[in-house]
Design a protein around this ligand. Sequence first.
Ligand code: ATP
Ligand code: MN
Length: 480
Amino acid sequence: MFNNRIKIKELLAQEPAGQQVTVMGWVRTFRNNQFIALNDGSTNNNLQVVLELGKFPEELLKRITTSASLRAQGVIEPSLGKGQKLDLKATTIEILGDSDAEKYPLQPKKHSLEFLREKTHLRFRTNTFGAIFRVRHTLAFAVHQFFNQKGFIYLHTPIITASDAEGAGEMFRVTTLPMDGTAPKNEEGSVNYKEDFFGRSTNLTVSGQLEGELGATAFGEIYTFGPTFRAENSNTARHLAEFWMIEPEMAFCDLEDNMNLAEEFIKYIIRYAMQHNAEDMQFLDQRLFEEEKQLPPDKRSEMGLLDKLKFVVDNQFERITYTAAIDILRQSNHNKKKKFQYEITGWGMDLQSEHERYLVEKHFKKPVILSNYPAATKAFYMRQNEDGKTVAAMDILVPGIGEIAGGSQREERMDRLTTRMKEMHIPEEELWWYLDTRRFGTVPHAGFGLGFERMVQFVTGMNNIRDVIAFPRTPGSAEF
Ligand code: ATP
Ligand code: MN
């Protein structure tokens, strides 16, 4: 058996002074031919491995370089040095994998996030990315914990779909037909997808919602948590071409129930990460503080990361209608001074992210749930309100990010739904299976989609979405 190691996180928590242990990890630094800072990824805290001078051959010492991997055995002792409580006094060191210090791209110093994006494959080995991805893991775990405790069924909706009616975003086509112009053509001269792999044209999913509704109208409550693809040709710090979305869907649920669940859910997973990743969260709080020191005082956040998150979990989200939001925006000094890039033209306009961010960051200074949007700006499946103008939609906005989730009560009334589909030129034949939910035992139901990476951004305080997903997919970039 090879693996009889103790993880460094566990070791530091147990403080087993006097005990013989084995650890394995990667060298962060090696000082004075005596002190190895060893990291095994379980925590940002390195274990100091102490090599007694003269006890280890020169050949071995030369191979202890940054990012070399090794196995160390020895006895845990109280540390004589500052900065750590315990040392491992090494009896044996075995190099598992050498690392040429001249060629290893990361130096034991601070690198910019932009530089590290070019070294995506190695950035997990830095403190910042160590912390981010442990927190990301904890958040994902908390998502499942939350829904499982509530009795939701985790439904795996398909990644390859044929429906292109949802309109959530530009899609990536999935095909096995040749791309060199020899693909079979139909009578009109365009590609004949009847001869494609699935006998029809297919895409990568932009949302699991429509399938999720089928689950909810049988199990009562379901959620999805999976990859989602949008060929967004915009380079923003909030959009990826491949991202993970969480989509709960609940039968016997109206818009208000939906808001309540979303707010409880968001608070739960933030609190969970703060409790279970306290050390990493502390590190990220400090990281953001240092980063913002570079900014002019008026550009810095009013609150530190941890204070902000604590404020969010301890306070109610603001809930206002779209109509009220338009009034606030119209009457704002920001608008009167013509500081919005997109003018506030009035009721019916699509809110731009600068408007959303004004509402959360400047006006309310807390998360906001906006609801009851004009029907014209929203998808066909959203429930029509009695005013004949708005639908029971909601968007959840948070400071620093903007929209983190979007949802709605769904139109459960068949006649209203099909009328709306006709107005929007969505062919019923394509969605016959979806419409069966309304044909056979339809119920009031609702759900939302929360972008997991935006959530990870919010919790870790990372400004760019590329830094919270392991291998970001964005226009022009899919190297790793
Ligand atoms: P936005 O206006 O920010 O593009 P959207 O209105 O297109 O968002 P929805 O279709 O409602 O978003 O998707 C639900 C959630 O998925 C959003 O609230 C957001 O958190 C997330 N999301 C949407 N598009 C992306 C993307 N390209 N990359 C990462 N997350 C996304
Ligand atoms: Mn979008």
